[in-house]
Design a protein around this ligand. Structure first.
Ligand code: NAI
Length: 286
C-alpha cells in the first residue's frame, strides 16, 4: 500500500508545502492538504481553473493529484476556541470543521489513517517589528501559529498515524543566529519549534513509533516570505555567501522531506536538517 500524507500549509504553488507535496507524490504517496481558511477559496478556484497545471508535473511526466483539500486554521484546536468575530467572518462561515481537532476527525472518517504529517505553515502578524518592539499579543500570536500549531497537529493526528510514520516541519536559522528583519517573535517561534522537535521526537517515538524532524530551509521567495519584505536580499546574500553558489530550489527541500519521510531515514528523529546550500556553516565568507 502506498503511503498517505497530510500536508498543512499549502495555498499556492510557490511555497515549500507545494514542493513537498510534489516530492511525496513523485515517491508514490497519496496527497491530502490543509489550506488556511482565508486562502481556501482562491486556492480551490485556481486548482479547478488549471492555474497550477504546469507546476503539478512530476519528473516522470505524470501529474500530482491532490486527493482532498481540507480547510484548516491551525491556531484553533477545537470549535470552543473560536471567537465570535472569526465565526461570523464570511470566509470562515463558508467552511466548516476547520479546527485542528475537527480536521483530524474528518481525515480519520475519510481515510482511517495517515503515514506522513507535514507542517509547512507560519504566521507572525508583527514580523516587520524588531523583537524589541514586538507586543505581547504579536509574540504570542507568532508562537501560536508557527510553533504550537505543530504540537496541536501532532497531538490530534498521532492517534491516526501508522507506526513507522514520520512528521516534518519547516524552520529557519533565525532561531539560532540573529537575522535582523525576522521579527515579531518569529525567531523565538522557530527556536521553540526546533526544541519541540527534539522533545516530541522522544514522546511520539515512544508513544507511536513516529519520527519527528524539522528542515531548516534557506530563503525562498514564497508568498509568506514576500510578506516579510526582504526576501530578495536574503536570496542574494545566500547566493553570494553559501558554499554552494546556486539558486536554492523548493524541490530540494521537497526531496529532503521525501527522504526524511521514507524508510531511508528510519533512524533519524529529533533532528534539524539544513537544506540551505550550506549557508549555516559559514562564519566569514570570502
Ligand atoms: P507559504 O506562504 O507557501 O506557506 C505558509 C502557509 O501557511 C500559507 O499557505 C498560509 O496560508 C499558511 N498559514 C498561515 N497561517 C495559518 C494558520 N493559522 N492555519 C493554517 N495555515 C496557515 O510560505 P513558505 O515560505 O513556503 O512557508 C512554509 C514554511 O517554511 C513556514 O514554516 C516557513 O516559516 C518556513 N520557511 C520558509 C523560508 C522561506 O524563505 N520561504 C525559509 C525557512 C523556513
Amino acid at each position: 500500500r502506498g503511503k498517505r500524507a497530510f500536508i498543512a500549509g499549502v495555498a499556492d504553488d510557490n511555497g515549500y508545502g507545494w514542493a513537498i507535496a510534489k516530492s511525496l507524490a513523485a515517491a508514490g504517496a497519496e496527497i491530502l492538504v490543509g489550506t488556511w481558511v482565508p486562502a481556501l477559496n482562491i486556492f480551490e478556484t485556481s486548482l479547478r481553473r488549471g492555474k497550477f497545471d504546469e507546476s503539478t508535473k512530476l519528473p516522470d511526466g505524470s501529474l500530482m493529484e491532490i486527493t482532498k483539500v481540507y480547510p484548516l486554521d491551525a491556531v484553533f484546536d477545537s470549535p470552543e476556541d473560536v471567537p465570535d468575530d472569526v465565526k461570523a467572518n464570511k470566509r470562515y462561515a463558508g467552511s466548516s470543521n476547520w479546527t485542528v481537532k475537527e480536521v483530524a476527525e474528518t481525515v480519520k472518517n475519510d481515510f482511517g489513517t495517515i503515514d506522513i504529517l507535514v507542517h509547512s505553515l507560519a504566521n507572525g502578524p508583527e514580523v516587520k517589528n524588531s523583537l524589541l518592539e514586538t507586543s505581547r499579543k504579536g509574540y504570542l500570536a507568532a508562537v501560536s501559529a508557527s510553533s504550537y500549531s505543530f504540537i496541536s497537529l501532532l497531538q490530534h493526528f498521532l492517534p491516526i498515524m501508522n507506526p513507522g510514520g514520520a512528521t516534518i516541519s519547516l524552520t529557519y536559522i533565525a532561531s539560532e543566529r540573529t537575522i535582523p528583519g525576522y521579527g515579531g517573535g518569529m525567531s523565538s517561534a522557530k527556536a521553540a519549534l526546533e526544541s519541540d522537535t527534539r522533545v516530541l521526537a522522544y514522546e511520539a517515538g515512544r508513544k507511536g513509533k513516529i519520527r519527528v524532524n524539522t528542515i531548516s530551509a534557506g530563503p525562498l521567495g514564497s508568498r509568506a516570505a514576500k510578506a516579510i519584505g526582504f526576501i530578495e536580499k536574503m536570496i542574494e546574500y545566500s547566493y553570494v555567501n553559501a558554499p554552494l553558489q546556486k539558486e536554492l530550489l523548493a524541490d530540494e527541500v521537497g526531496n529532503t522531506a521525501a527522504f526524511l519521510a521514507s524508510p531511508l531515514a528510519s533512524a533519524i528523529t529529533g533532528s534539524t536538517i539544513y537544506v540551505d546550500n550550506g549557508l549555516n556553516t559559514m562564519g566569514l565568507a570570502l
